[in-house]
Design a protein around this ligand. Sequence first.
Ligand SMILES: [Zn+2]
Length: 521
Amino acid sequence: MEQLKSRPQAPSRPAQRPEQGANGQRPAPLPEKALAVGEKARHWAREARLYCKAAAEWSRIHLRRWTHLFHGAAAGTLAVGPVSFLMVAGALGTALTLTTLYSTSYAVIVDGQEVGVVADQSVVDHAIQTVESRGSQLLGYSYQVDSDIDYNFALTLKSDLSEERVIRDYFYGQLNELSDQLRAYELSVDGRVIGTVKDEAALNGVLDQIKGQFVTASTTSAEFVEHLTVERVYAVDDLMDPTEMDAALRANTTGETTYTVVKGDTYNGIAYANDMSLSDLLALNPEADVNRLMVGDMLNVKEVVPTLSVRTTEQVTYSQPIECPVETVEDSSMYKGDSKIITQGEEGEAQVEADVVYINGYERDRVVTKTTTLREPTTTVKAVGTKEKPKTASKGYFTWPTSSRRINSHFGGRYLFGSYSYHSGLDIHATYGEGIKAADGGTVTKAGWHYSYGNLVVIKHDNGTETYYAHNSSLLVSVGDKVYQGQVIAKAGSTGNSTGVHCHFEVRVRGSAVNPLNYLR
Ligand SMILES: [Zn+2]
């Protein structure tokens, strides 16, 4: 039965190998018919004893708890006697617990030494097949595991069963000098296997280099952000060389990170398209000139996040200006809301020490550890007005001169009476005789007939800007009058060169007409 087996037998224990296959194959899982009758009986007796032992153990733990539970319910009515109930429940519970927690299993005894516990002997067969196949690959000839393998029946907590890897590694260990060649180092980043390399020193070299690229003279600490684990494994296939490992660890995980500028792009537009603020975009592109964007420029629009990130801390010292404190003094000769600097203070200077935390070279955090004042700032003295503003003072913005906001004709080029002309204001819809109101406070500088404007009012505002109100039917103010914002200054009409009743409203900044719509609110 065993003579075909090529490996030498252990002469001292021939009877212990009844499971040996007939054709030299790996032992089949304990065929019951191969057991002698007596041995089979012993086997089952042993199994039964184990079950009883486990049941007794289970009862010891659980019955006490149940007794306690029923004690609490004793005041109520129990349909059955508590003792018989406990016995039935206990038996059912034991059976349930045994089948859910425990598994029938086999302790794997290799050359007299227990190497693990398996539920199924095929786990061992498979482990040996793997080791023999890998071993043969390495050696270049058919390698076979040479060991005596026995199985002892046991009852084991399912969680205590050995993984195939444990069994496999035991047999790999038998390869002796071969095992050194098979040994490799598998690197995982946050639990994800990146790859396996042959040479541990080379792996460490790769890691050191990745970390080292962010280390400067002021770096006080450098560490990987992710959790790294290096596990010794037996492997012959899919080994990475250090260059491949380096590339895998530096590989970007965020997809495309750059954008090439095309015609019509703006910094704001690119920031918006990439869902970031302008300052985020500029932070990613420290070399970029915010006033100059050229077609073909390449901008970073996303951070490069490599598989393995490095967190460095640098201790930096720099000087920083200290703002001037501002002291205000009241000035009754100035209007409320106006102010002027009387004495301009001088900024101070501080020396700041800080710990700056970078991830892959990008600043993430800055903790100021010490601030030393090198020069105190001097105080800025500011005068603020307290005098009430007159009602006629300009507020600095224009309100609509009409009750309607309907525009009959816009500012700019237009066709009128069949020829092109430049329109210097807005024609705003008005009804005959309605009040035309001053757009802001100021002084009337013109009130009378003025060529094609008809009856015209011009108001000069405090900053020199002028507003024109034309084609009125009558005027209610005179030159030199102070008027307030919203004061009725004329009545609407269609005098002068007019296409109908409306208010021609004009805004002139330093003498030039501008689009009033940019000023009205
Ligand atoms: Zn007009």
